[in-house]
Design a binder for this molecule. Structure first.
Ligand SMILES: Nc1ccn([C@@H]2O[C@H](COP(=O)(O)OP(=O)(O)OP(=O)(O)O)[C@@H](O)[C@H]2O)c(=O)n1
Ligand SMILES: C[C@](O)(CO)[C@H](O)COP(=O)(O)O
Length: 216
């Protein structure tokens, strides 16, 4: 998913096309996705304004025949739907990934596919939460302190049996992640150990963190 604008990053171009050590975030993400032997087809969902740039990334990737580009939609869910619409008949497991999580390693893609193959229809990576999280009302008054041991900070790639994800999207609902759509239609979503490198570049600080990771 590279169809967002990256408003919180505040760069002069959409976030996925911002440079990170000589390569855009999107190119880092595509390179790592293609590095997983289980990944046979990549669909880049890009802003209408950047279809050409996305096409160039597809062309210079390690497997250009397996990478295509489609225009995204207004919200992330619309962009995912645009990607689902061009899946190939043989695409049985779908990984939905954010270009913003550009350093998620190939091994994480492979591990998620393996989890789906062992019989879990929807598998997402998550990290233990290290802060105490409080639920507040509209006035900022605490209404609950959930048990931290039961909380996970969810990442991408998120892996699904294709029919499970298509069924969830057919509901027409919107959510910030695809697992929530599956949950909303009564599907079982399993959380497995995430990867610190799969953090999301949202703000300029996150971009600086990504640069530090790459430099050593
Ligand atoms: N209409 C959209 C919105 C988001 N995304 C993608 O979804 C991922 C996660 O979204 P986020 O980090 O929130 O990206 P943006 O929406 O671009 O950021 P912002 O909310 O700061 O504008 C990103 O890789 C983004 O490109 C997308 O494909 N289509
Ligand atoms: C899909 C996601 O990256 C999982 O953590 C996240 O929900 C995207 O949310 P955002 O609001 O678009 O940043």
């Amino acid at each position: 998913m590279a169809g967002g604008q990256g408003t919180r990053l505040g760069a002069s171009q959409p976030k996925a096309f911002v440079d990170l050590d000589g390569m855009s975030l999107l190119e880092h993400a595509v390179t790592r996705a293609l590095g997983a032997p289980e990944v046979s087809h990549v669909v880049i969902v890009a802003p209408v304004s950047h279809l050409r740039e996305a096409g160039a990334i597809a062309s210079r990737s390690s497997r250009p025949a397996d990478v295509e580009v489609v225009p995204g939609g207004a919200e992330r869910t619309d962009s995912v739907a645009a990607g689902l619409a061009v899946l190939r008949p043989e695409d049985g497991i779908v990984l939905v990934h954010d270009a913003a999580r550009c350093l998620a390693p190939s091994a994480l893609f492979s591990r998620l596919v393996r989890e789906v193959r062992t019989g879990h229809p929807a598998v997402v990576p998550g990290l233990l939460v290290t802060d105490t999280i409080k639920q507040v009302d509209a006035d900022g008054v605490v209404v609950a302190t959930p048990d931290r041991a039961r909380l996970r900070a969810i990442q991408t790639p998120q892996a699904f049996l294709r029919e499970v994800l298509e069924h969830a999207h057919a509901s027409g609902a919107h959510a910030t992640d695809d697992a929530a759509l599956v949950e909303a239609v009564g599907g079982h979503v399993r959380v497995v150990e995430g990867d610190r490198l799969a953090f999301k570049v949202t703000t300029p600080d996150d971009l600086a963190t990504a640069r530090r990771h790459l430099s050593g």
